[in-house]
Design a protein around this ligand. Structure first.
Ligand code: FMN
Length: 414
């Protein structure tokens, strides 16, 4: 059964053009929301759909929008997180490239529900071509009356700006993103206060991932029950899985939330490349704890993966074969987090550097007795002790590798 709804029109030529998008029913959901629904009715529909954030943390979108203080003329903002920095994740690129108007339509509806009139798309610097595509789409939408004042002849208006980041992983963390958008160094802020009350320029701000917002038009057009039927009752819709690594057909695949990991790898992704054996899978972007080959009979939803000690995160599925030494994965991983640590807080700055240094010597055959224990101790000292969740993002996958592949890693630490 074809379960695609986010990507169902992707084979259409020039879907990124307004004319094609409108020809496929585009902007009907925005018209329905703005002309026939109240902001609180839109909010309730999205809450009922159990739309969980697609950026990493899986927080319910409707609940988040509900935290924004309503009423009055005080400025409020929407920030779209298009930073897509999580290694192994390339789904937002796919969405923005094929269907930028779907994102704009989701932004219009989210802003209407939250009383927002100004929105920013924060896009990573490397996505220059996509930034241009979004700017072109926004210009088309503006000239057709889907952005600017009096959208669809109503009192509601929205301005959209595309802002290019500079390719720093930490700027995907929502508060670092806000700092960067304000023109400052991308250093995370302490939470609370959360952005919904104190966000961009100290004003209430909704921050959502690209894919999260792309789900919204369907929810408004077909209703929350239809969205829930596409996925699970507690976690609605489909997800775009970015599959990379040792599979025959790496790519971006849309499947219902709760689809099986084994079915994804051996179905759409074509199974193991060159008939190799599966060794491990990182199921939710690099920061998700690893699963062994024996653990892949699992449903791809946030709750099931959390029960198995991992997470769905950004749904970046990295498949590892039996030829790949775990010590190489460990040192690659540690080098990435050391390079990307913003340096603001000491445990992350020093801890990631130590893990990188030790795992590098293990990977290059210079490991010493006790190296593995030191890495575990350093990773444990990061957990829950950093200013932002980046400390956990670095520590948890490393701890899972050291726990699940201890014997192989012990060999490298001799
Ligand atoms: C180190 C770090 C990097 C992150 N990078 C991204 C990113 O590239 N894109 C994204 O959408 N969320 C990223 N997040 C999650 C955001 O902080 C935030 O939870 C998300 O944008 C909220 O949107 P959602 O609720 O729609 O998922 C990152 C979080 C951390 C801690």
């Amino acid at each position: 059964m074809d379960c695609r709804f986010l990507t169902r029109d992707f084979e259409r030529e020039h879907l990124f053009r307004l004319e094609t998008y409108v020809g496929r029913g585009g902007y009907e959901a925005a018209a329905k929301a703005l002309k026939t629904m109240t902001p609180s009715a839109v909010l309730e529909e999205v809450k009922a759909a159990n739309l969980r954030g697609r950026g990493g943390a899986g927080f319910p979108a409707g609940v988040k929008w509900g935290f924004v203080p309503k009423g009055g003329d005080a400025p409020r903002y929407l920030c779209v997180n298009a930073d897509e920095g999580e290694p192994g994740t390339f789904k937002d690129r796919f969405l923005m490239g094929h269907n930028p108007h779907l994102l704009l339509e989701g932004m219009i509806i989210a802003s209407f529900a939250s009383g927002i009139r100004r929105a920013y798309i924060y896009i990573r610097g490397e996505y220059e071509h996509l930034a241009r595509r979004l700017e072109e789409a926004a210009a088309e939408a503006r000239s057709a009356g889907w952005l600017g004042d009096h959208i669809a002849g109503t009192d509601f208006g929205l301005d959209v700006f595309v802002h290019r980041g500079a390719g720093a992983y930490i700027c995907g963390e929502e508060t670092a993103l806000l700092e960067s958008l304000e023109g400052k160094r991308g250093h995370p802020r302490l939470k609370p206060p959360f952005p919904a009350s104190v966000g961009l320029f100290r004003c209430p701000t909704v921050i959502n991932n690209v894919e999260t917002l792309c789900c919204v038009p369907d929810i408004i057009l077909h209703g929350a029950p239809a969205f829930l039927r596409r996925g699970l009752p507690r976690d609605g819709g489909t997800r775009l899985f970015s599959v990379s690594g040792a599979v025959a057909r790496p790519g971006c695949y849309e499947l219902p939330v709760g689809a099986g990991l084994r079915e994804l790898i051996f179905g759409p992704a074509g199974g193991m490349r060159g008939g190799r054996k599966l060794k491990a899978v990182i199921p939710g972007g690099l920061s998700a704890p690893v699963l062994t080959a024996a653990e892949i009979d699992i449903a791809l939803d946030g709750d099931s993966l959390a029960e198995a000690g991992s997470m769905l995160g950004s749904a970046g599925v990295i498949v590892i074969d039996d030829r790949t030494p775990v010590v190489g994965i460990l040192s690659n991983m540690a080098a990435f987090y050391a390079h990307e640590s913003c340096g603001q807080c000491t445990p992350c700055r020093i801890g990631t550097a130590w893990m990188a240094k030790i795992s590098d010597r293990m990977a290059s055959g210079r490991g010493r007795a006790g190296d593995l224990e030191t890495i575990v101790r350093v990773a444990e000292s990061l957990r829950g002790r950093t200013l932002c969740p980046m400390g956990d993002a670095a520590a948890l996958p490393i701890l899972s590798l050291t726990a699940k592949f201890r014997d192989e890693l012990q060999e490298a630490a001799r």
